[in-house]
Design a protein around this ligand. Sequence first.
Ligand code: HEM
Length: 174
Amino acid sequence: MGDAQRYTRVARALHWLIALLVIANIAGGIVIANVENQNTLYDLHRSTGFVILCLAVLRLAWRATHRPPPLPDHMPSLQKFAAEAVHWALYGFMFATPLAGWAAANAFGATVSVYWLFNLPAIAPKDEGLFKILIGAHQVLAIAFTAAVLVHFAGAMFHTIVQRDGLMRRMWPV
Ligand code: HEM
């Protein structure tokens, strides 16, 4: 497969780095939601969410300046549309989920510390009612994000195992 049919090295690196952090943060979020008094895990979860947000900004900027390779011709247009819709949903979740979490922490009255190195400014006032709305939004977004990742993963596996069309090569890290 020629380079023209592959994502750039930077796009691939960002894809897999963000994928790893998102999966780790989903796992961490599930633990937080089910176990009490996980202060260290809260800090790690919030810090990683902020890193995902920053990397998502970089990734979108890179994408805007480096066109991704067109989807293969053999894909029916409905399948192309579905793949792209899921990709854009994933981009949306990469921004909306950490932002809702950050605002929820502030509405609760907490400051987000990034790996205990520095604190982020508050983007929402301390307010119990607002906290309930924002934490609810964060949870709904996280569930929808997880569902989109699963659909995306299933699509990638469909191409790899059923269609065997080498699509995975386009995003393979090396
Ligand atoms: C879990 C294993 C994953 C696999 C096997 C996988 C695989 C892939 C592949 C093969 C592509 C390229 C599709 C194409 O050729 O057009 C792709 C694109 C993409 N993936 Fe993943 N992915 C995974 C996880 C994730 C996660 C967790 C996210 C969310 C953060 C994500 C977000 C994206 C996005 C947004 C694109 C579109 C890139 C663009 O065109 O700008 N992926 N993925």
